[in-house]
Design a protein around this ligand. Sequence first.
Ligand SMILES: Cc1cc2nc3c(=O)[nH]c(=O)nc-3n(C[C@H](O)[C@H](O)[C@H](O)COP(=O)(O)OP(=O)(O)OC[C@H]3O[C@@H](n4cnc5c(N)ncnc54)[C@H](O)[C@@H]3O)c2cc1C
Length: 430
Amino acid sequence: MGSEYDVVVVGSAFAGAVAAKTAAEKGLKVLVLERATEPGEKVVSGGILTHDAFNEPGLEFLREGPLEREIKGVRWSICNGNVEPALEFIFRSTDDGRVGYSIYCYDFCKWLTNLAVGAGAEFRNNTTVVDVVKEDGFVKGVVTEKGEKINSRVVIAADGAKSLIGIRAGVRRKMPPENVENCVVLDFTIPEREIRRLGLSDTFEIYLGKPEELGTLVWIFPYKESFHLGVGANVSTRKNPTIFLERFLHSKLWKDRFEDIAKFRAWMWNTVPANPPLDVESSMLQETYGNGVLVAGDAGGFLDSVTSAGLYGAMVSGMLAGETAAETIPKGDVSKEGLSIYGDKYKNRLIWRLMHRTWKRDLISGNGAEEIVQWGSNVSNYVVKRGFDQPKPSDLKFLSEGLLPLLKYFGLIFNRKIPKLSELLTLFMG
Ligand SMILES: Cc1cc2nc3c(=O)[nH]c(=O)nc-3n(C[C@H](O)[C@H](O)[C@H](O)COP(=O)(O)OP(=O)(O)OC[C@H]3O[C@@H](n4cnc5c(N)ncnc54)[C@H](O)[C@@H]3O)c2cc1C
């Protein structure tokens, strides 16, 4: 069977569009298939693109992309059952003065796809891939929902966390429920001056409470003249995240800060891979490549194992998958062994280290994800009960059992280092 294309990329979001752009720039004949009408449309609509992406060799062009707000810090609020923040602390980035930029997926993926098309890739929208073509143990193309078979030398599965194509190709398994988080996100417009007044111009917010009251966490991501309110719930808890969202929307906090000034615009529902880390040692993935197939982005578990941030991982793995195709196809070896240079490539990049930050796994396996959240509510219960005005010896117990582990957890997420006790005390005492 001859090949119509050198590469067929499934999915034209962060991983797929960058893979297509890279492969096309290197002279390959590339087709990108996207089930949505517009690239990025089926992706949850926004997030924070960390500076890791801008610092990655080969991804410098991202600075030219449609960036929304430069983000330099995060405000963590630990809430009691009425969504009243009992304790708040702000982390500012110590890395290089910024965290990254907020972006809208829709705008960004459209921009990336246009770059791929500009480089010579063919883009087909409204096309859902339902299977791969397999011959002699090799993936040799894809099958669309209309039954059309499209042949290619290499298929790049960039179809997101659930990755039907990775599963059909035999490279990975279905995610177990405890590795999946359901997220619901509301998009609101808001005047720019209000963003500044609310302290959101360069800071995003995380609200944490008891899992049965606020889900895994609630977040507010600011954009130029809009923001997202999102909430996640682990699928294994069988809880619908909208319950937590409603609780938030009925809180005094929401009413006082946002209700009169925020205008609802859209809502989205999506799944995100959740901890424990989605690295190759976890149960979900077997490999990120096989005979005639490469898996990139969320489909391949290219996420920061601590934060579950996957935008950078998607784009760097997409770029490396495109490079791998361009190096192996002319040599005529797209066997699993030939494509294994993909592994060599990503193991030399920052993403590999981010995927293997094991302290979270150790923390979770030692304590349980629930317990980490429980520390948060211990802290909030304590603060509500006692206040900080009269420190007592028992405060030390509180510090060691609640606040320190929690700050270590979030401090590590944010600054990539364990905060010193003096720093914690400064935060604690104000
Ligand atoms: C609520 C939420 C908030 C997030 N916030 C952040 C954040 O702040 N920072 C961060 O770094 N990461 C964040 N993430 C993670 C980030 O969104 C993902 O890591 C990233 O989108 C992965 O990109 P991807 O290209 O691999 O897959 P996706 O973005 O999932 O894109 C997959 C693409 O494939 C298409 N597709 C799927 N199946 C098929 C098929 N069968 N046929 C054809 N097309 C198909 C889809 O329509 C889509 O366009 C967040 C995720 C969620 C859910």
